[in-house]
Design a protein. Structure first.
Length: 282
């Protein structure tokens, strides 16, 4: 059997199980130890029986056992940076890469190349904080998370990517307020799935619930952050959030409640869903 035949066979298995064929392709690529070009060049080579058995065993973990591909291979990529992931942290999503891009863009608009202090609240794997630190050297980045286990993963990822980020264990803004810390930019992708909303088994069974669910309406943590944000912000400042695509109106309402004199910007993601809200305080 050729690699291409094997790949197509396994992709069909995924589709038949209502799973993603692209996930299977990624898994086979990563486990092959080849880069994209090398893998494509070997698609018409014969796959050995030993290799077929090895790869099928790992693919079964995804298709039969419901283990995310990122957990099987132990990492994912975020904004071009390799990030370790496990059951202690949320697997970073592509939409969150867009949030990083907008933070960098609004930084240019508001601060015009000045040194700034940035905090990522609820950092999880550290993906946002690390990407910002690597992409803009003028950002001095800190990050918080209530989970000490998540912070350990984030520290590993910072080391893996040679990123200079200060991590603190604590609930939302609490460690920042306790230390009387001030920031120019606050970014957060907190838990925002409403408690009663359906979540796919592969997510619900493998990712930490503390990083998924955001109260009855999914807005619990935005209210907590925005209510006390003035205690940790300099002036001018930027707040940037990712949120559920049905929460645009609720986000705007909260933003105007706590920052009535500020500019509130709603942003759609690449799927044309209302996914981000930015608050500019000038």
């Amino acid at each position: 059997m050729k690699y291409l035949t094997f790949l197509n066979k396994q992709a069909k298995r995924a589709l038949d199980a209502n799973l993603e064929k692209e996930a299977v392709k990624l898994l086979i690529l990563e486990l092959s130890g080849k880069n994209g070009a090398e893998f494509v060049s070997m698609l018409h080579d014969e796959i050995s029986l030993e290799e077929e058995i090895r790869l099928t065993k790992e693919i079964d973990k995804y298709i039969i056992d419901g283990v995310p591909v990122q957990h099987i291979i132990g990492h994912t990529y975020f904004y071009g940076y390799k990030m370790k992931v496990n059951k202690e942290v949320l697997i970073p999503r592509p939409e969150t890469e867009e949030l990083v891009g907008y933070v960098l863009s609004y930084y240019d608009d508001v601060f015009e190349g000045k040194n700034v202090d940035v905090v990522d609240v609820g950092t999880g794997s550290g993906a946002i904080a690390i990407a910002l630190s690597k992409e803009e050297p003028l950002m001095k980045v800190s990050a918080t998370d209530i989970s000490s286990s998540a912070i350990e993963v984030a520290k590993e990822n910072a080391k893996l990517n040679d990123a200079n980020v200060s991590f603190m264990v604590g609930d939302m803004l609490a460690p920042l307020i306790e230390k009387n810390m001030k920031f120019d930019i606050l970014v957060s992708n907190p838990p925002y799935i409403p408690d009663s909303e359906f979540v796919e088994d592969i997510v619900k069974n493998n990712e930490p619930h503390v990083a998924l669910f955001g109260g009855v309406d999914g807005m619990k943590f935005y209210d907590i952050i925005l209510k006390d944000a003035h205690k940790v912000l300099n002036h001018p400042s930027i707040l940037a959030f990712e949120h559920g695509y049905r929460s645009k109106d609720a986000m705007v309402e909260l933003a105007k409640k706590y920052f009535p004199a500020s500019e509130v910007i709603s942003i759609k993601d690449l799927s044309n869903k209302d996914r981000m809200t930015v608050i500019i305080n000038k």
